[in-house]
Design a binder for this molecule. Structure first.
Ligand SMILES: C[C@H](C[C@H]1O[C@@H](n2cnc3c(N)ncnc32)[C@H](O)[C@@H]1O)NC(=O)c1cc(-c2ccc(F)cc2)cc(O)c1O
Ligand SMILES: [Mg+2]
Length: 214
């Protein structure tokens, strides 16, 4: 049977990127998605905003919802200080299998803990599964109608503390209207929109950065 797009993306990485070099894995994926086949990675333009927020927060505990092929997991983990880990959740086993191989190829497997499963099931178990108390940084990039229920779940599970940073992809395209309305109007969040474009296109999209106020 025909290969899948994530499998073709993985092949491009294994063929063209330098093993153990996260930046070359990132550049190879961006080139493939611009010149061969579009894929739903956060991409280079929004990726630069993601990088700047990760560097500013310099999180000790970080969570990503929606690994897909592992592009943003590599982007985030390459910037994390030694001894810190990114936990990333992906419920599609085929995507998770590709992401594991891309993460391994980049050499960041010791900084990334990829867990297969649905965010709604795993978030309530995070403290016991990973021995963490609270999260310093959360990158939301999974089903767009799960953003709002999942941050409410993070609040309920006491996984957010005063100053925790949420960064959400695709708040314009495909769009997360209920999430935006909540974080922009809730007294428990201070929110800011970073205008950008849908990965590898000229379509408007952006990232919403929200600080939990406790
Ligand atoms: C949702 C996907 C990303 C991944 O998230 C995993 N996932 C889901 N729900 C859960 C969960 N509840 N727990 C764990 N993992 C979970 C899934 O399996 C995908 O691998 N992302 C997108 O759909 C996405 C789509 C577009 C897009 C934009 C314009 C178009 F014309 C077409 C598509 C752009 C983007 O930038 C995206 O990010
Ligand atoms: Mg996205």
């Amino acid at each position: 049977t025909r290969s899948t797009r994530p499998q073709r993306l993985l092949k491009a990485v294994q063929k063209k990127a330098i093993k153990g070099d996260p930046q070359s894995v990132i550049s190879t994926i961006d080139y493939f998605c611009r010149h061969s086949e579009w894929a739903m990675n956060v991409g280079d333009e929004k990726g630069a905003i993601l990088d700047s927020v990760v560097c500013e927060v310099s999180p000790s505990t970080a969570l990503e919802l929606g690994t897909y092929c592992g592009y943003s997991a590599v982007r985030i983990a390459r910037l994390l200080p030694p001894g810190t880990k990114l936990i990333t959740l992906e419920f599609n086993p085929d995507y998770a299998a590709v992401a594991r191989q891309i993460i391994e190829y980049s050499g960041l497997q010791d900084k990334i803990c990829l867990v297969e499963g649905a965010s709604g099931d795993l978030i309530p178990k995070m403290q016991e599964l990973f021995g963490i108390k609270t999260l310093d940084f959360v990158f939301l990039d999974h089903w767009k109608d799960r953003y709002l229920p999942d941050i409410k779940l993070l609040e309920e599970c006491q996984l957010l503390r005063k100053g925790s940073i949420l960064l959400a992809d695709n708040v314009i395209c495909p769009g997360t209207p209920d999430y935006l309305e909540y974080v922009r109007n809730s007294p428990r969040y201070e929110s800011k929109y970073f205008k950008s474009h849908l990965e590898y296109t000229k379509v408007e999209d952006g990232l919403e950065k929200s600080v939990f106020l406790g």
